[in-house]
Design a protein around this ligand. Structure first.
Ligand code: PMP
Length: 446
C-alpha cells in the first residue's frame, strides 16, 4: 500500500476523507501493463484514464519526444508564428478526419480545454455570421465534458457543478439515448432513437431555434457509464440539427482515434459533426494535448467575417506545444499502422461477450455494455427494477479491489465499473480482465 502525500489534492475525491481514496501507486508502465509500488505488474484495464491508446513505454513515441526536445522544446504559435510539428499534425488530423470534411484545427492542453474552445468558437461563429443571439447549448444528461466552466455547464451530472455554481446561463439538458434506463421505459432501440431526436427538436423549438448555438454530446457517453446510442440516433440528431441550423459538436475526447472501434465515434454512425473535440488518444497521454477541429462551414463563417467577430481571441500558451505534437505524430502513426480502431472493435467485442457470459448471472450485475474498448458493468440492487446500487456503499470499489489483487485495474465510478484498456490489448489481457472481475463478483456478490 502506498504512502499518501500530505501535499497533494487528488482530483475527484474529498481531501478530508482519505478513507475514500484509492491506495494504488503506479511507478512504471510497459505495453498493456503497469507496475505498482509493491512490484506487481497489473493489466492496465483503464488505459491510464481512457487515453494510453498505444500502450505504455512505446519506443516510437519516446524517441519522437526526445528528438523534439533536442530540436525545439517549446515555442508559441500566437499571432501566426508556427513550427514544423504543429503544421504536420494539423495536416495529418484534417486528413484523418476525411471523409467527415473537417477543415481547421485549434490546439490546447487537454479535453476540458478542447470543449471550452468548441463552445466559444461555436458562439463566435454565430456572431461572425450576424446571429449573435444564438448563444444557448443543449447537451445530454449523464454527459461528461470536462471541468472548465463551459464544460461544467453542459455536463449532465450535477456533481460536477454543484460546488462551483453558478455556471453558464443558457445550458439545458435532455435525455441520453440510454436503452437500459430512460424516462419512456422504451426497450426498442429504433423507437428510442426517434424519441430522443424528437425531444431534441422539441427543446430547440421551446428554446427558440434562433437562440440555440449548438448541441454537444459524446458519440458514446463514457464517464456517464458507457451509454451506446441506438443505430438511428446520430443520423436523426444530425437531421434535427440541420433542420434548425444548430451546430453539432461531437465531444470525441474519449472516442477520438479509435477507442469506440472506428477512427472517430461519430464515423461509426456515418455522421459528420461540425466541431469535434479531441484530447487523450490524440497522443496517448504521453504529453498533455487537446485539439478542437471545425468543418468548412464554421471555418468559412469566421474567416470571411470582415469585422472583429472574425478574430479568434482564444488560445493557450501551450497551444500546439511542439513536444506534444511530436508525440501525437508518433502515436497516430502507430494507431494507423497497427489498425488500432480495428483491434479495439475485435478485442472489445470479445471482452464484452466473455464478460456477459461470465458475470451476467450475478444478482448485482444489471447490464454489461460497451462499444470497442469502452465497457461498463452497471451494478444494481434489483435486476428487475434496475435500481442502481447506492453509490456511497462502496460496492463497486470492493469489486475493483479484488480485481486489483488479482492483477487487473478496473475503475469503480459510482454505480458502475468501467474498463477502457489500451487499444493494443490481445486475448491474454482480455482473459485476465474477465477472470479478475469474475473473482471480484464471486467474493463480493455472495
Ligand atoms: N470530454 C470527455 C468526453 C471526457 O471524457 C473528458 C475526460 N475524461 C473530458 C472532456 C475532459 O478532459 P480532460 O480531463 O483532459 O480535461
Amino acid at each position: 500500500m502506498s504512502e499518501k502525500s500530505k501535499t497533494l489534492w487528488n482530483p475527484m475525491v474529498h481531501p478530508g476523507v482519505p478513507g475514500s481514496h484509492s491506495t494504488l501507486e503506479i511507478i512504471k508502465g510497459d505495453g498493456n501493463y503497469v507496475q505498482n509500488r509493491e512490484g506487481q505488474w497489473l493489466v492496465d484495464g483503464v488505459g491510464g484514464l481512457w487515453n494510453v491508446n498505444v500502450g505504455h513505454n512505446r519506443t516510437e513515441v519516446k524517441d519522437a519526444i526526445k528528438a523534439q526536445l533536442d530540436e525545439l522544446e517549446y515555442f508559441q504559435i500566437f499571432d501566426g508564428v508556427t513550427h514544423p510539428r504543429v503544421k504536420e499534425l494539423s495536416d495529418l488530423i484534417i486528413d484523418m478526419t476525411k471523409p467527415e470534411g473537417m477543415a481547421r484545427v485549434m490546439y490546447s492542453s487537454g479535453g476540458s480545454d478542447a470543449v471550452e474552445t468548441a463552445l466559444k468558437i461555436s458562439r463566435q461563429y454565430w456572431k461572425a455570421i450576424g446571429q449573435a443571439q444564438r448563444y444557448k447549448f443543449i447537451s445530454l444528461k449523464q454527459g461528461y465534458h470536462g471541468v472548465h466552466f463551459g464544460g461544467a455547464s453542459v455536463n449532465g451530472n450535477t456533481v460536477f457543478r454543484t460546488n462551483y455554481e453558478p455556471v453558464l446561463p443558457g445550458c439545458v439538458h435532455i435525455d441520453a439515448p440510454w436503452l437500459y434506463r430512460n424516462p419512456w421505459n422504451c426497450e426498442d432501440p429504433e423507437e428510442l432513437g426517434q424519441l430522443c431526436a424528437k425531444q431534441l427538436e422539441a427543446e430547440i423549438i421551446f428554446q427558440g431555434p434562433e437562440t440555440v448555438a449548438a448541441f454537444i454530446a459524446e458519440p458514446v457517453q463514457g464517464a456517464g457509464g458507457v451509454i451506446v446510442p441506438p443505430a438511428n440516433y446520430w443520423p436523426l440528431i444530425r437531421e434535427v440539427c440541420d433542420k434548425y441550423g444548430v451546430l453539432l459538436i461531437a465531444d470525441e475526447v474519449v472516442t477520438g482515434f479509435g477507442r469506440s472501434g472506428s477512427m472517430f465515434g461519430v464515423r461509426g454512425w456515418g455522421v459528420a459533426a461540425d466541431i469535434q473535440c479531441f484530447a487523450k488518444g490524440i497522443n496517448s497521454g504521453y504529453i498533455p494535448l487537446g485539439a478542437t477541429v471545425v468543418n468548412e462551414r464554421v471555418a468559412k463563417g469566421i474567416e470571411s467575417c470582415e469585422n472583429f467577430s472574425g478574430a479568434v481571441m482564444h488560445g493557450y500558451t501551450y497551444s500546439g506545444h511542439p513536444v506534444a505534437c511530436a508525440a501525437a505524430l508518433a502515436s497516430l502513426k502507430i494507431v494507423q499502422d497497427e489498425d488500432l480502431p480495428g483491434n479495439a472493435a475485435v478485442q472489445g467485442a470479445d471482452l464484452l461477450t466473455k464478460l456477459q457470459n461470465t458475470i451476467s448471472e450475478f444478482p448485482s450485475v444489471g447490464e454489461v455494455r460497451g462499444k470497442g474498448l469502452m465497457v461498463a458493468i452497471d451494478l444494481v440492487t434489483d435486476k428487475k427494477s434496475r435500481t442502481p446500487v447506492d453509490p456511497m456503499s462502496g460496492f463497486a470499489n470492493q469489486i475493483a479491489a479484488v480485481a486489483l489483487r488479482e492483477g487487473v485495474i478496473a475503475r469503480p465510478v459510482g454505480t458502475k465499473i468501467i474498463i477502457s484498456p489500451p487499444l493494443t490489448i490481445g486475448t491474454e489481457e482480455v482473459d485476465k480482465m474477465v477472470a479478475a472481475l469474475l473473482q471480484g463478483f464471486t467474493e463480493v456478490d455472495r
